[in-house]
Design a protein. Structure first.
Lengths: 304, 548
């Protein structure tokens, strides 16, 4: 039973296959600290709210933290800031550990693969953060495999095109691009500075306009980077492009993405495909596909 | 003074004239005062209604009526009350207790399709006979189908986990399961105990399932069916009620149609009841499939109790004939000395049957066993034949659908799926039971979870590849479940110590560099080892129909 784990967005998600269906778990990547009292303990126990004790405080995390922070008038502290896991504090590390263990099911077999993505991607995430998350996953009984968001997007959305093409993951702080050929990542690069600045605009129209401007710059940079690399020549034109990301669900943004792409000088002809607007589970599903691939490869190998 | 009076009179006359003709048209035509429209909503009474009845009735189950029945009619369809029935009836509507009614005052209360009527038992009095043996627990399920399901399970199996397991549903359904417990002294004294699902389900509990979390394909095939109501439909016109379609005047009631004074429904009381045990539900020993290994076959000795799975449809007439055949011996023999006398099953007599369709002399005729009139017989036969025909047609269509069913696979959320819908035939169910994995995996904070290879985890490679193909094509449905967080977590201010890295004992050597992106080995070449390519190529070949 392989698992896909997505830690890259504002929500932590996990996805696994159970028979002929997919079973998903998700929670907000926030936590809240409230003062400990018998009344609050009783309240949380009555409402079946999970919490952790820490000195004279109670710590809520996940969806409970977001919900109860409003009621108790405390702030919900995000675990991912500027695309990075906040691992400086021991409490936060334990919160992340608890959330990851809550997302992962108990593995049924040894050496089960768990493919995961990190908020900072492969290149921007500090080695200590990578080691920490891998350690948590490994301690739970899985074999951690870290993948990029763009690879997960390509695996998830390019199945009808032979899992070949360009996978793009648009984030708040960075955008990832991967060139895939038959499920294999030929090349990958990131462009710092995602669509986060556009989201701070006042109105929805101005947000979409700012996002289109940013997208034009991002796609132009990506096209320039692709021209510098030769791996794209392995793709047969026209090349399918899969785009996903939490921000693609923003109203008005999905229509502007193809327009922004047309202004860039891509080294290949781009096949226009619909953009996955309901993209909450795209990256997680791609991670699960990657984990399944690894597991199938191990099963297919002859016994040593 | 006179002038003032005349002026007042003129003004009053003018106001009256203005009020009578407020909108006199310019053409001088008389205008009418606008009348407010009164709309009267007449609920459709000619649509069939399915109502469930459970609790202290002779034949609990789900019954179908030609039109919205009354509470009295529903009780009559269930062959009336048991001797231990109380006068309190609860009505569950839209998955909550909508009303609490008292009989016989609310006998004419109109019910709606999908309602569930629960007849509560009388509280046990000191000195009353305590039932011997396992009478079983009566439960009602809501949310599984569009009708209530009334079942009876053994007492030791009346637990939410076991019920969910017998319904073939995953354990995650328990998290969204709600229940309506019967009123007991404990719950009345402590209302807080109503929260949460009890560990053991009491008799008369209603379980409410979340349909979104259910797997309809995993439900057992022999769930209780809808029972037709063999009682003749009341003829509204005979009661002299004005029918807009019929346009019969209300006052014209012939002597033939005049109804006798309504007789009160004989309500069974403890003083007037004989020592008659409740009629048990039919045994289902011959329908127990092999998968329900936890339940014993009912032929083991507990005659009145039947365990899941549930019976097929039986008509009331067949049930009555079975009851008449199983008449208890009049004398208690030595073999029966061990059993209390009340435990013997006696068929209900005609006096206990609530057959009252308002026709004069019909009740007396039923009590004496005299044949019905020709018209009554024709009405009964035609109703029964119609219901049987409808039931057969529905069953045939269901069987036809089951044999040729194709499903529209609902893929996971993705924009691509809307453009490329896929149809596929239902494959035979794989006999892989869902593994029972506890949500709380381990108690110690740093101890790794115990990993045990279960039978369900070892899927064959072919099945796994087929599922992977479905995963690639985004054909697998997705359900969401809550996080499995450990209770009683205690965070420490210091950093947790680094645990020892696990080493796999056996043939495999210690895996190194586990933190790797499998496709990040760009320096070594764009292609990964053959082992990773093979399943991808095979899957892609299947996707593209042989084209690489």
């Amino acid at each position: 039973m392989t698992v896909g784990l997505d830690l890259s967005g504002s929500r932590f998600r996990s996805l696994r296959r159970q028979g002929s269906r997919l079973v998903a778990r998700a929670c907000r990547s926030v936590y809240a600290v409230v003062l400990d009292s018998p009344a609050r303990r009783a309240l949380f126990a009555a409402q079946h709210v999970p919490f952790a004790e820490f000195g004279s405080n109670l710590i809520l995390f996940g969806d409970a933290a977001e919900e109860w922070s409003t009621r108790l008038r405390v702030s919900a502290i995000p675990l991912v800031v500027n695309g990075r896991l906040q691992l400086d504090d021991a409490v936060i590390r334990q919160v992340i550990t608890a959330l990851i263990e809550g997302l992962l099911p108990v593995p049924e077999l040894r050496e089960t693969d768990c493919c995961l993505t990190l908020p900072g991607g492969l290149d921007q995430t500090a080695p200590a953060a990578v080691e920490f998350v891998a350690h948590v996953v490994r301690n739970f009984g899985y074999i951690p495999r870290i993948a990029s968001g763009s690879l997960a997007v390509g695996l998830s959305e390019l199945s009808l095109f032979g899992v070949s093409g360009l996978g793009i993951h648009l984030g708040e702080n960075r955008c990832e691009f991967s060139v895939l050929r038959q499920g294999l990542e030929l090349t990958r690069f990131e462009i710092p500075g995602g669509l986060g600045p556009a989201m701070s605009a006042a109105s929805a129209e101005s947000k979409a306009a700012d996002a289109e401007t940013l997208l034009r710059e991002i796609f132009a940079t990506a096209a320039f980077e692709l021209n510098r690399r030769a791996e794209w020549k392995a793709l047969a034109p026209p090349v399918a492009v899969a785009i996903s990301g939490e921000l693609t669900a923003f109203p008005g943004l999905a229509e502007r993405i193809p327009i922004s792409m047309q202004h860039a000088s891509w080294p290949f002809a781009v096949r226009t495909i619909p953009i996955a607007t309901e993209c909450e589970w795209t990256v997680c599903r791609g991670c699960l596909i990657q984990a399944e691939l690894e597991q199938l490869a191990q099963l297919s190998r002859p016994a040593a | 003074m006179r002038r003032q009076t005349a002026a007042m009179l003129g003004i009053a006359l003018g106001m009256v004239a203005a009020g009578a003709t407020p909108f006199a048209s310019a053409q001088g035509q008389p205008a009418r005062r606008p009348q407010s429209k009164i709309l009267v909503y007449q609920p459709p009474t000619d649509q069939p209604a399915v109502v469930g009845v459970m609790g202290q009735v002779q034949q609990p189950g789900t019954y179908q009526f030609a039109s919205a029945p009354t509470l009295e009619r529903v009780i009559a369809a269930a062959d009336g009350f048991t001797p231990t029935a109380s006068s309190m009836v609860r009505l569950v509507r839209n998955q909550r207790v909508a009303q609490r009614m008292t009989l016989p005052a609310s006998a004419q209360e109109k019910l709606q399709p999908g309602d569930l009527v629960i007849v509560d038992p009388q509280p046990l009095r000191s000195g009353a006979a305590v039932p011997a043996g396992d009478q079983g627990v009566q439960l009602a399920f809501l949310g599984i189908h569009d009708r209530p399901l009334i079942v009876r399970v053994k007492s030791h199996e009346a637990k939410p986990q076991i019920v969910v397991q017998m319904l073939g549903q995953p354990a995650e359904v328990l998290s969204s399961l709600r229940g309506i417990s019967p009123p007991t002294r404990e719950l009345e004294a402590n209302p807080a105990a109503r929260n949460g699902m009890p560990a053991t389900l009491a008799d008369g509990t209603v379980l409410i399932f979340d349909r979104q979390r259910m797997l309809p394909g995993e439900l057992p095939d022999n769930l209780p069916k809808i029972l037709p109501c063999s009682l003749p439909e009341p003829d509204i016109g005979a009661y002299g009620i004005h029918n807009a379609l019929d346009e019969r005047p209300r006052t014209e009631i012939s002597e033939r149609d005049r109804i006798p004074p309504a007789e009160p429904i004989p309500f069974p009381t403890s003083e007037s009841s004989r020592e008659i045990a409740p009629t048990p539900l039919p045994q289902f020993s011959d329908q127990v499939p092999a998968t329900f290994s936890s339940s014993e076959r009912s032929g083991a000795g507990s005659a009145p109790v039947s365990t899941l799975p549930f019976s097929g449809s039986t008509t009331i007439a067949a049930r009555r004939s079975r009851l008449t055949e199983s008449a208890p011996p009049e004398k208690s023999s030595a073999a029966d000395a061990k059993e209390p006398s009340w435990h013997k099953v006696a068929p209900p007599t005609d006096d206990d049957l609530l057959i009252d369709d308002g026709k004069p002399g019909a009740r007396r005729a039923a009590a004496k066993g005299a044949p019905f009139s020709v018209w009554q017989m024709l009405a009964i036969v035609s109703c029964a034949g119609l219901l049987v025909g409808v039931g057969l047609a529905v069953r045939a269509s269901q069987q036809r659908e089951r044999s040729e069913k194709t499903i529209d696979v609902v893929p996971a959320q993705s924009g691509q799926a809307a453009i490329f819908p896929v149809r596929q035939r239902i494959e035979p169910k794989a006999t892989i039971p869902a593994p029972h994995i506890p949500l709380q995996s381990f108690a110690a904070s740093a101890a790794p979870p115990t990993i045990a290879a279960t039978a369900a985890a070892s899927e064959s490679l072919e099945i796994r590849q087929a599922r992977f193909l479905q995963l690639l094509k985004n054909e697998l449905p997705m359900m969401e479940e809550p996080l499995a967080l450990r209770p009683g977590m205690l965070f420490k201010p210091a950093s947790p110590p680094k645990p020892v890295r696990r080493t796999d004992s056996g043939a495999a050597s210690e895996r190194q560099s586990l933190i790797d992106a499998p496709h990040s080995r760009l320096a070594s070449g764009p292609h990964l080892p053959i082992g990773v390519q093979a399943p991808v190529e095979r899957a892609l070949r299947q996707l593209q129909g042989g084209r690489s």
